[in-house]
Design a protein around this ligand. Structure first.
Ligand code: GAL
Length: 711
C-alpha cells in the first residue's frame, strides 16, 4: 500500500520497486546514453549488456535537446528503436525525464530560466544544469516534454522504472527565486513581524518593513544573517523537492504502478533528504567515494546506512557509482576491479537491491570523455570490463538477498538543518564540522562491525527510539525539546546515550538557547556548561581515567601512552551528578570536565542505582576526542547496552568489514592483507561456493558472503 505523507498528501510506494526486484533480482546496470552513438553501436551495446548480466539501464537523462531540437518539435523515433532493442534483449529501462539539462534554445529564448549565483552572475548553457528551480518558464517546458515522454512510453514493456531529472541540486539567487523565497517565507511566518522575530533583525539594523524587501542571501558586505541563510537552504531544498514532485505527479497520473525516484547524493549539502524520502518509491543514491582516501570504505558504509535509513530500512538502490576513475576531481585516482567489486557488494551488504554505474559506455567526447565506464574506450577485452562481467555474476548469485533487511540496535542522530545551522558563518570555530564528527564516531562502530541506522532526531521523537539500545548524538545543533525527551526516555528504559559537544545549542530559528548548556539534556547528562572555547592548534592534554574495551580496567590517561589531547573545541563544563572520566589538564579549561558519564534513573524514576537493569547510561563528550578515547567511550556504551558487532574480535582485523543482511553475513576485506576471520560454525560462500568451518579466509581486497550450512 502507498505510504501517505500526511504533511504533503504525496505518496511513496515501495511495492512497485519490490515487484521489480522480485522479478529481476538485484538490479545491475548503469546510465546509458545512446544519443552519443550510432545504431550499430546500440546493437553491440545490448549484446554486451546481456553478456555482462546487466538487467536495467537508465536512459534519457540528458536527451532533452535530442527529443526537442527546436521549441515544441518532438523527435522520439530514435528512442523507440533503442527501447525496442533493449526490450527484446531483456534489459529493463529506468526512463529518465530529461529535465536536468535544457536545450540551449531555452536559455536563449528565456534568459530568466537560467540560474543566477550569489554574486548576481547569470550562468549560461554549454555545460548542464543551467536552469533555475524557481523558473516558471523552465518548469512549464520541463513538464511539457515530460508529459509527452510519459504519454508515449508509459505503455512500453521495456520501461520498468521512472527517474526524475538528475541529482536535483541547483540553487539560484535570481529575481524569480527571490519571489519564490518570499512566498515560502510568507507561508512559514505569516507576518513580516514574525519573520523579524525569527531572523532577529534587531541585530545590525536588519528590520524589514515588508516581505518585498527580502532577498536571498546574495553576496553581502559582511556576515549574512544566519537565520536568513538557514531559511534559504530550507527553501532551496523544498523548491527542488517541488520540482521532483510535479514531474512525479505527472508520471503517476499515467502510470500508477512502476516505481518513480530520483538520484540522491548521500550527504549532499543542498537538500534535506529526510523531507524528500517519503516521496521516493525507492531511495536511490549516487556514490563516488574517493579511492585516494583511506577512510573511504567506512565513509561509504555510513552513506549507505544513511540512504537505507532514509527509506525506513527498506531496500534502496545505488543508482550511480564509478567503475574506475571519475574525471571531476583535480587528480582522479583509478580503482582496481577488485575495489570496484567490493564497493558494489558493500552497497548490497548495507541494503541495496541494485547497483548501477555512470555510465555503460565511455564517452569519446564531451566533458566526461575521461570518466571510467562499464565498457571502456578500449572495448570489452579489458580488465575493467572483465570486472564488470564478474560483478554481474556475483549479483545474480546473490538473488536471495533481495528484500532482506539490515537489523541495527544502534541509531545515530543526524539532520540537515542542524548541519546547516551549525556551519553558518561566525561561530566559535570553523574547524568543528558536523560530518567530520559524524564520520569519526561512525568509524569506531564500523571497525567493530556494529550495525547502525541513522535517524532524524524528530522522527525519533515520534517512534520513541523503539528497538534501539544505543543512541548516539554526535552533534545535533538544533536538537528539539521533543527529540531531547525521546533521547532521555530511551536512557530511562536502559539504553546507552552518548552526546557530543555543540549539541542542542540553538532553537529552530537558530537562536542560541540561554542558560547553562546543553539546556535540554543537562538533566540526562548530569553535566552543564557555560562557555565554548576553541582549542589551540595542537589541542589540550587530558587527564583522568577511561575504561578500555572489553570491560578492562580504567586506564589513567596520563599513562595511556597515546598522549590523549582534546581538539578543536572544548566547553567549560561542571559535573552536576555525572562522573568525570577526563578533564583538561591545562589552559583555559584546566580542571573542567571533558568527558562524563551519568547513571540515568530507570523508568520508575527512582534513584540511579547501578544494579537497576532498566537504568541506562549517558555520556557527554564536551570536545572532539582522539580516536582511541572515542573508541573507549563508544565501546563502553555498546557493552553496557549489550550491543555487539556482527562478529566478535573484528577490531583486531583492520579494514575488514562485517555486515549482516538477513541470513547473509558479508565479509569485505578492504585491507591489503589476507584476513582469517573467526566465524564459528560451517558456512558456504555464496559467491565462490567455498565451504568454511570456524575460520573464513578472505584474501586481500576480496569479499565473501556467507550463509550458514544446514541452518
Ligand atoms: C554524477 C552525474 C552523472 C555523471 C557522474 C560522473 O554526478 O549524475 O551524470 O556526471 O556524476 O561521475
Amino acid at each position: 500500500m502507498p505510504q501517505t505523507n500526511s504533511a504533503t498528501g504525496h505518496t511513496g510506494d515501495p511495492a512497485g520497486f519490490a515487484a521489480l526486484t522480485d522479478d529481476l533480482g538485484l538490479l545491475y546496470g548503469g546510465d546509458y546514453n545512446p544519443e552519443q552513438w550510432d545504431r550499430d553501436t546500440w546493437r553491440e551495446d545490448v549484446r554486451l549488456m546481456v553478456e555482462a548480466g546487466v538487467n536495467l539501464v537508465t536512459v534519457g537523462v540528458f536527451s532533452w535537446a535530442r527529443y526537442e531540437p527546436r521549441p515544441g518539435v518532438r523527435d522520439f523515433g530514435w528512442l523507440d528503436e533503442v527501447l525496442d532493442l533493449l526490450h527484446v534483449a531483456g534489459v529493463a529501462v529506468d526512463l529518465a525525464t530529461p529535465t536536468a539539462s535544457p536545450p540551449p534554445w531555452l536559455g536563449t529564448l528565456h534568459p530568466d530560466t537560467l540560474p543566477v549565483d550569489a554574486d548576481g552572475v547569470r550562468l549560461v548553457a554549454g555545460s548542464r544544469n543551467q536552469f533555475s528551480p524557481a523558473s516558471r518558464v523552465y518548469r512549464e517546458h520541463a513538464l511539457a516534454i515530460t508529459r509527452d515522454l510519459v504519454d508515449r512510453y508509459a505503455g512500453h514493456p521495456a520501461v520498468r522504472m521512472w527517474h526524475v531529472g538528475n541529482e536535483l541540486g541547483q540553487v539560484c539567487y535570481g529575481e524569480e527565486s527571490a519571489a519564490e523565497f518570499r512566498r515560502w517565507l510568507r507561508d512559514r511566518y505569516g507576518t513580516v513581524e514574525a519573520l523579524n522575530e525569527a531572523w532577529a533583525t534587531a541585530v545590525w539594523s536588519q528590520h524589514y518593513a515588508s516581505f518585498d524587501e527580502i532577498l536571498p542571501p546574495r553576496r553581502t558586505p559582511y556576515h549574512v544573517n544566519p537565520t536568513q541563510s538557514l531559511d534559504f537552504r530550507r527553501y532551496t531544498s523544498d523548491q527542488l523537492l517541488a520540482l521532483y514532485r510535479e514531474q512525479r505527479e505527472l508520471i503517476r497520473a499515467v502510470d500508477t504502478e512502476r516505481p518513480v525516484t530520483t538520484n540522491l547524493m548521500g550527504f549532499f549539502p543542498l537538500a534535506d533528504y529526510w523531507s524528500w524520502a517519503q516521496d521516493l518509491d525507492v531511495v536511490a543514491d549516487d556514490a563516488y567515494p574517493d579511492p585516494g582516501d583511506p577512510r573511504s570504505p567506512a565513509d561509504a558504509a555510513l552513506t549507505a546506512d544513511l540512504v537505507r535509513s532514509l527509506g525506513g530500512g527498506r531496500p534502496w538502490m545505488l543508482m550511480e557509482a564509478a567503475v574506475g576513475a571519475v574525471s571531476w576531481r583535480d587528480h582522479n585516482l583509478p580503482k582496481t576491479p577488485a575495489r570496484s567489486r567490493r564497493e558494489a557488494l558493500q552497497a548490497v551488504a548495507h541494503g541495496a537491491d541494485g547497483v548501477c554505474y555512470f555510465q555503460w559506455r565511455a564517452s569519446r567526447a564531451g566533458a566526461e570523455r575521461f570518466h571510467s565506464a562499464m565498457l571502456p574506450h578500449a572495448g570489452p577485452d579489458t580488465r575493467v570490463h572483465a570486472g564488470v562481467v564478474r560483478v554481474g555474476g556475483d549479483l545474480a548469485r546473490l538473488r536471495d538477498v533481495v528484500g532482506q533487511r539490515v537489523p541495527a540496535r544502534v541509531v545515530v542522530l543526524f539532520d540537515w538543518e542542524s548541519w546547516w545551522a551549525a556551519e553558518e558563518q561566525a561561530r566559535p570555530t570553523e574547524r568543528l564540522r558536523t560530518l567530520d564528527v559524524l564520520r569519526a564516531w561512525y568509524r569506531v562502530l564500523w571497525d567493530a562491525g556494529v550495525a547502525v541506522d541513522l535517524a532524524h532526531p524528530d522522527d525519533l521523537a515520534v517512534t520513541g527510539a523503539a528497538g534501539y539500545d544505543v543512541l548516539l548524538v554526535p552533534q545535533s545543533y538544533l536538537l528539539s525539546p521533543e527529540a531531547a525527551d525521546a533521547v532521555a526516555a530511551a536512557a530511562a528504559r536502559g539504553a546507552s546515550v552518548v552526546v557530543g559537544c555543540f549539541t542542542g545549542v540553538a532553537d529552530q530559528d537558530a537562536h542560541v538557547r540561554t542558560g547553562r548548556f546543553p539546556a535540554l539534556l543537562s538533566d540526562l547528562l548530569g553535566v552543564s556548561g557555560e562557555e565554548w572555547a576553541a582549542l589551540p592548534d595542537d589541542g589540550v592534554p587530558l587527564t583522568g581515567r577511561l575504561a578500555g574495551p572489553g570491560g578492562s580496567t580504567a586506564t589513567d590517561l596520563a599513562d595511556a601512552g597515546d598522549g590523549p589531547r582534546a581538539h578543536v573545541l572544548g566547553e567549560l563544563l561542571r559535573a552536576d551528578g555525572a562522573e568525570v572520566l577526563a578533564s583538561y589538564a591545562v589552559g583555559h579549561l584546566a580542571g573542567a570536565p571533558a568527558v562524563t558519564r551519568h547513571r540515568v534513573p530507570g523508568l520508575d524514576g527512582g534513584a540511579a542505582d547501578t544494579a537497576d537493569p532498566t537504568a541506562g547510561w549517558a555520556w557527554y563528550l564536551g570536545t572532539v576526542l582522539p580516536e582511541p578515547l572515542l573508541r573507549r567511550v563508544l565501546t563502553d556504551a555498546c557493552e553496557r547496552a549489550g550491543v555487539t558487532g556482527a562478529l566478535p574480535g573484528l577490531t583486531d582485523l583492520p579494514d575488514v568489514e562485517a555486515v549482516r543482511r538477513g541470513d547473509h553475513l558479508f565479509l569485505l576485506n578492504h585491507s591489503g592483507a589476507a584476513a582469517h576471520v573467526p566465524v564459528p560454525g560451517e558456512h558456504a560462500d555464496v559467491l565462490s561456493g567455498s565451504i568454511f568451518t570456524d575460520v573464513v579466509d578472505v584474501p586481500a581486497g576480496d569479499v565473501v558472503v556467507l550463509t550458514e550450512r544446514n541452518a
